[in-house]
Design a binder for this molecule. Structure first.
Ligand code: SF4
Length: 498
């Protein structure tokens, strides 16, 4: 597809709108030096002054069919540049969705809303305009369906409850373990196979423990209060029990964990979980774990390169239960290659029957670096398989079955290139919402992050300003340039010292 622009520079927003309709399409910008000849898909977007107003227009040709639509609107107030730009983008998105919906017949359930955090916007509207007007803005100008508006509203209420527990001094800690047993076919995460990275592990764990100590010293100096700890990855349980013990010991040595509200470890891949590791985590005070089926279909598991069976997921889940873990999350993915709406329904029903406290329903998102991505050389058959057939039906099934089983939505986010621009939703039984997920996703307080690929996100709770401090991405860089990276930690002091 060729996407071109006239009179504006909202490339990213326009690309995101095209992706709603054509999630796996290769998009080339109209001013790119080389362009495919005779591309049957072209979208042209235009913004130009018309008297006192601005004209927003889109023309598109999709596989031999042509549509155009434009309208004039009062120029948004130019007082605040970011708000002006956001408003113009939305108006242009309105012209684009009108044309692309006409040509494809697809009516996007989230309308022109392309952002990562729909519930954050709903929370802002609720605070500014009240419930009735907030809902009207979603279903009206933003063209969000009534069902998705209700979902955003429910999530916003749940997030407000979690937000009430966080104070100006609160922060969370993220510990990154960027290793996995093998790479799943849909994954774009910077994660290293544990077998290949084996010789790096001792140094990695040693330096991670040092960074935990450095970070705790800064938090103490600034008088910050640790609320939640999240050890994620990758797959933290791809480390052995002794490594996990060293890391959790370092956390206990560095921080006072007695007042900690939540301590989560991702035991994501069932094939990495055993009794010894679970006992280590339990002794360390971990009170929430994830054991992720993704699907309960063995055929689909094989297609996506997960080296475990559905039976193994159930076995490890039951082992964790016997060992006293009373807050367990299960991640599922809608839209996996080879899955069907009926298959997904069976997966969800099986998860509900196991009664974990949280079920997180993700929509498949194919990032460029994943094996399944069309842009990564997948065959055309692979592209077909990766298309989001049935994903909306799968999510609709989840939205009915989970509340019936006593689950409520408590956090939500969207990823670029997710099938149909659809959402990922965390569902919880009463009293088990994962605080870390809400604090991190909604940027309610700072998350200090340690380890390879970790990103510290500093939140100024007065004015909402966000600053990021990046750790080196790859484990060998994290190890080799540790001192240089430690110096970056001063940015935390600078941020809080402003
Ligand atoms: S377990 Fe998670 S992080 Fe690891 S390869 Fe699979 S999807 Fe990626």
């Amino acid at each position: 597809m060729i996407l071109s622009f006239e009179g504006h520079s909202f490339r990213y927003e326009c690309e995101k709108i095209c992706r709603i309709y054509f999630p796996t399409e290769k998009i080339v910008f109209g001013d790119a030096p080389s362009q495919p000849e005779n591309d049957p898909r072209r979208v042209k977007t235009c913004m130009e002054p018309q008297g006192e107003n601005l004209l927003f227009r889109c023309e598109a040709e999709i596989d031999g069919r042509f549509r155009g639509y434009g309208f004039a609107a009062a120029s948004p107030e130019p007082s605040d540049e970011a708000a002006y730009k956001a408003e113009c983008e939305k108006l242009l998105a309105k012209a684009m969705t009108r044309v692309l919906t006409d040509l494809t017949g697809i009516r996007p359930p989230w309308g022109i809303l392309t952002g990562v955090r729909p519930a954050k916007l709903m929370r802002r509207y609720l605070a500014q305009y009240g419930e009735a007007d907030a809902r009207r803005r979603f279903t009206g100008f933003l063209q969000v369906s009534p069902e998705k508006t209700e979902l955003a509203y429910q999530v916003a209420l749940a997030e407000n409850e979690c937000a009430a527990l966080s104070t100006e001094k609160s922060f969370s800690l993220y510990v990154s373990i960027p290793f996995c047993p093998t790479r799943c076919a849909y994954c774009s995460f910077v994660s290293h196979s544990i077998a290949q990275a084996k010789k790096l592990i001792p140094d990695y764990v040693k330096l991670l423990c040092r960074e935990i100590g450095q970070t705790a010293a800064i938090a103490r100096e600034l008088g910050l209060q640790l609320e939640t700890v999240y050890i994620g990855g990758g797959t933290p349980t791809s480390l052995d029990a002794e490594d996990l013990r060293q890391i959790t010991d370092a956390l206990h040595d560095a921080f006072d964990l007695r007042e900690l509200r939540e301590f989560t470890v991702e035991a994501g891949r069932p094939d990495t979980v055993d009794g010894e590791k679970l006992a280590t985590l339990k002794r360390a005070g971990v009170n929430r774990i994830s054991i992720n089926p993704q699907t309960f279909s063995d055929a689909v598991l094989e297609r996506i390169g997960r080296k475990h069976t559905a039976a193994e997921t159930v076995e490890k889940y039951q082992l964790a239960r016997r060992m006293g873990f009373d807050n367990i999350n299960m991640d599922l993915i809608a839209g996996l290659p080879g899955d069907t709406p009926e298959g997904f329904a069976a997966t969800l029903d099986r998860a509900i029957a196991l009664a974990p406290e949280n079920i997180t329903v993700h929509t498949l998102a194919l990032k460029r670096s994943s094996e399944l991505s069309s842009e990564n050389g997948a065959s055309s058959a692979g592209r077909q398989e990766a298309a989001p057939y049935g994903t909306p039906e799968m999510l609709a099934y989840a939205s009915n079955a989970l509340p019936t089983a006593g689950y409520a939505p408590y956090y939500m986010y969207r990823q670029s290139k997710s099938a149909g621009n659809l959402e990922n939703v965390g569902w919880t039984t009463p009293g088990h919402a994962c605080l870390y997920n809400v604090y991190m996703m909604e940027e309610l307080h700072s998350v200090l992050a340690v380890g390879g690929g970790a990103v510290t996100r500093l939140v100024d709770q007065q004015d909402g300003r966000i600053a990021r401090v990046y750790n080196f991405k790859y484990p060998y860089e994290y190890i080799g340039r540790f001192e240089e990276q430690s110096e970056r930690k001063d940015e935390i002091r600078t941020f809080y010292g402003r």
